[in-house]
Design a binder for this molecule. Sequence first.
Ligand SMILES: [Mg+2]
Length: 219
Amino acid sequence: MGATALWLDLDGTLIDTWRRHWRAYLNACAALKMAPGSFARFKTLKRRGPRAADALIAGLNLRQKDRFRSVQKAWIEHPSLLALDRPFPGTQEFLRWAGLRFEVHLATSRTSEAKALHQLDSLGLRGHFRRVVVTNGASGRPRDKATLARSQKGATLWVGDTEAEAFAARAAKAPFFACSRGIRERAILLGLGPAAVFSNYAALRRALAPLATPKTSGR
Ligand SMILES: [Mg+2]
């Protein structure tokens, strides 16, 4: 039997994306001439999920909301904002540890595959992954992570900070390891039926270790 496939999420799981999200939000507020409010409020509402985050634009009419979302979307993968992302402390060490025990893959939901790959290169992360899959439905790519999960043979594990990875795990009948330092708060993640919730790599390693298949003996 081959090593178990470990599918890692990028945004909010391996890298801290709050600066990028905040900047995209501020730019959208500016475009709509809307007062942004505090970062603490922004983060709290985003962490409670998409419906709670709608409160951030509650004062806008429907057309303005569409415009707000499209400005935000246009900025969220802008190179100048992607440059604000930082790996969480210990990311390189964690990926080296994981690479000795699993087939490590990355699945990220981004509009632009080229920008995602460029970012992985500039952060020095790309070499850790056997495969990098950008789930955006373009040119035969999986539409989302659940679609990707259903196409995988063999045992998989899913690690991420949102519903996307929980649904992927469910589709694969595989465990979901939930990262609570990303875009969703712990209470939301607990409702998604995770095998474990972690807020640092030491805790994730403890959760994953019993599931590891040493590559040298497994192939
Ligand atoms: Mg994420």
